[in-house]
Design a protein around this ligand. Structure first.
Ligand code: URA
Length: 198
């Protein structure tokens, strides 16, 4: 993680202060050149879990909100099936700016943005963090972890409960009968159960 971001983020006393600071971040030149906006994340009052994705896509870059495109619509449907609504969960990303052409964020970009995410988690203090996809899982569980091995169960990471699952875009790519959709559906039910939802 780059020191400037970690220091700036640590100095933010509130979500609003952090959002304002992150929106003016210029640490990653390629992302600054291609983004329309910084997608800080959604943090509804009283949310008890945080979902962490990879990085904003085109719709998110246009609207400034996470998971509002096709992946987001599937995520909403599967959350609803599990008895959860968007208002029950905060939704963040490892990287807050859309990478050009929707490429995977580089390690340097993920590391640079890490200070914002760490401070967001401190401020929100969720009961559980649910990672969506490989980039988010590896951010918490390390680069040797695989989704197939890590998904669906709780990991303790620096005193935090972390549940790993597939990214909704994988669930879309492999279709309704694919493994990622079934796993994501099941894992969001596990998340709901952890939050005491029937
Ligand atoms: N994919 C992500 O990982 N995050 C978003 O916000 C949207 C799509």
């Amino acid at each position: 993680m780059t020191e400037p971001v970690a220091r700036r983020a640590a100095a933010c006393p509130s979500w609003q202060a952090l959002a304002a600071a992150a929106r003016s971040c210029t640490v990653c030149p390629e992302l600054v050149a291609s983004r329309s906006t910084v997608v800080v994340g959604d943090a509804p009052a009283n949310s008890r879990a945080v979902l962490v994705g990879e990085a904003p896509g085109a719709e998110e870059d246009r609207t400034g909100r996470p998971f509002v495109g096709r992946s987001g619509r599937l995520l909403d449907d599967l959350l609803a099936e599990a008895g959860l609504a968007r208002a029950d969960v905060a939704v963040l990303n490892v990287v807050k700016c859309r990478p050009p052409g929707n490429r995977t964020p580089t390690r340097a970009e993920a590391a640079a943005c890490g200070g914002w995410l760490d401070r967001q988690l401190e401020l929100l203090a969720p009961e559980v963090v649910c990672t969506l996809g490989l980039s988010a899982m590896q951010r918490f569980l390390g680069r040797r972890s695989t989704l197939a091995a890590a998904r669906g169960r709780l990991h303790s990471v620096d005193g935090r409960d972390v549940l790993a699952t597939y990214h909704p875009s994988a669930a879309l790519r492999f279709g309704p009968a694919g493994v990622p959709r079934a796993a994501l559906r099941e894992d969001l039910r596990t998340l709901a159960a952890l939050l005491g939802r029937p």
